[in-house]
Ligand binder design. Structure first.
Ligand code: ADP
Ligand code: MG
Length: 424
């Protein structure tokens, strides 16, 4: 099957060609007919399967005819980076259509967004909070919206955007096309779909399975050896060198600290986390995309859904909270048929989660050990429970004289690392 079977306008076909897409992906094949016919759509597919074009193409096709210079399509996305990424995709796919897309999100000045809006725009891609600000100030009118898309629905829900989304709904006309896309389908999303969608076309594609192009491995480790283990993984892997790695940490502070340590060890690394200004976040992402940084150390929310074409490795420095989050994370590599590897540093206390992940996969993940670790300062004790001060100081003995610098996985009791607040 190719794109010609959808009777898209020539201007849109030209955009598809310019993007280098030859054939629709499965989610595109199965949602485009209904979406182009104006029907509501619920699309469930893992990350990297091409959901963006599945909603952008029908929007472009619809907006080619009808009034220009007013907002006729609204896409809601959970993070600034995702909003920006979707806006870029809409501009690229729509490059020959004359349709204009503006991304609206917080953390940057309202004025430049307002200036773009004043020049006239047909498509808005927005994060809920900043959009509501503009709506309350009367700077954006949504009474001409014909299509509403909620992208990354599960993450929107996790981030607590549902009340904001309900408020935004009040600014929209009741009669419109709705599309909801999500990587997973927890009960909350099913309920939201019930509220939002009318007689939707439901498409579900291998929802909980990571792409077959991703090879996965677990590295049992003790908390204090994680950094040494990571440095070793980054240094070794001759058969599959780490060209660009996305490393996940549990906390914003952890991301910042780890990026600093990697830089000190001679890597080109940046962090990407919610404490950074929007400009710094974008610079980190751009630097990772263009190869200035080979390592991006990120928290979940900062990184979910991001499309970076050439991530060779995803490394879970800290394991996520849920099996679903694991699937999301490792979906950042192996995208669009590229080979990728996903390594996880696992503590004894992660075993329950690992079992849940393996149940979901229907197979066990290979356990690997390293011969010897790159010596480095041991990791400081992980964050203590809320309200307590850290008790231990880093060991200042040289690595060679410290116990436990070998990579052999030794079991240890509950470490403190899971007890800190889960900030992202
Ligand atoms: P998702 O939203 O499902 O995580 P994206 O929409 O971000 O996935 O797409 C993942 C990557 O695949 C992007 O780089 C995108 O340009 C590319 N892509 C999308 N559709 C196609 C297609 N039909 N052919 C080739 N590449 C595609
Ligand atoms: Mg997406």
């Amino acid at each position: 099957m190719d794109f010609s079977s959808f009777s898209l306008a020539p201007a849109i076909t030209a955009g598809i060609t310019a993007c280098g897409f030859q054939a629709p992906t499965p989610i595109q094949q199965q949602t485009l007919p209904a979406a182009l016919a104006g029907q509501d759509v619920m699309g469930l597919a893992q990350t990297g399967t091409g959901k963006t074009a599945a909603f952008v193409l029908p929007i472009l096709q619809r907006l080619l005819s009808g009034p220009k210079g007013r907002v006729r399509a609204l896409v809601l996305a959970p993070t600034r980076e995702l909003a920006e990424q979707i806006a870029v995709a809409a501009r690229e796919l729509g490059s020959k259509t004359g349709l204009r897309t503006v991304a609206v999100y917080g953390g940057v000045s309202k004025n430049s967004q307002l200036a773009q809006l004043r020049r006239g725009v047909e498509i808005i891609v927005a994060c809920p909070g900043r959009l509501l600000d503009h709506l309350r100030e009367g700077a954006i009118k949504l009474d001409g919206v014909e299509v509403l898309v909620m992208d990354e629905g599960d993450q929107m829900f996790d981030m607590g955007f549902l009340p904001d989304i309900r408020r935004i709904m009040r600014y929209l006309p009741a009669k419109r096309q709705n599309m909801l896309f999500s990587a997973t389908m927890p009960a909350d999303i099913r309920r939201l779909a019930g509220e939002l969608l009318v007689d939707p076309q439901e498409v579900r594609i291998a929802c909980d399975q990571p792409a077959a192009t991703i090879s996965q491995a677990l590295y049992p480790v003790e908390a204090k050896q994680k950094t040494a283990m990571l440095l070793t993984l980054l240094a070794e892997n001759a058969e599959n060198p780490v060209r660009s790695a996305l490393v996940f940490t549990r906390t914003k502070h952890g991301a910042k600290k780890l990026a600093r340590r990697l830089n000190a060890a001679g890597h080109r690394a940046s962090d990407l986390q919610g404490n950074m200004s929007q400009n710094k976040r974008q610079a980190a992402l751009d630097g990772f995309r263009d190869g200035t940084f080979t390592i991006l150390v990120a928290t979940d929310i900062a990184a979910r859904g991001l499309d970076v074409a050439k991530v060779s490795h995803v490394i879970n420095y800290d394991m996520p909270n849920t099996a679903e989050a694991y699937t999301h994370r490792i979906g950042r590599t192996g995208r669009a048929q590229r080979q990728g590897a996903a390594f996880s540093l696992v503590l004894q206390e992660d075993q329950t989660l690992i079992r849940a992940i393996e149940r979901g996969l229907g197979k066990s993940i290979e356990r690997r050990q390293l011969e010897a670790l790159v010596p480095c300062e041991p990791d400081q004790a992980a964050p203590p429970p809320r309200g307590r001060r850290p008790g231990s100081r880093p060991d200042s003995r040289p690595a060679s004289r410290r116990p436990g610098t070998s990579a052999r996985p030794r079991r240890q009791g509950r470490s403190q690392s899971a007890s800190g607040p889960r900030a992202v």
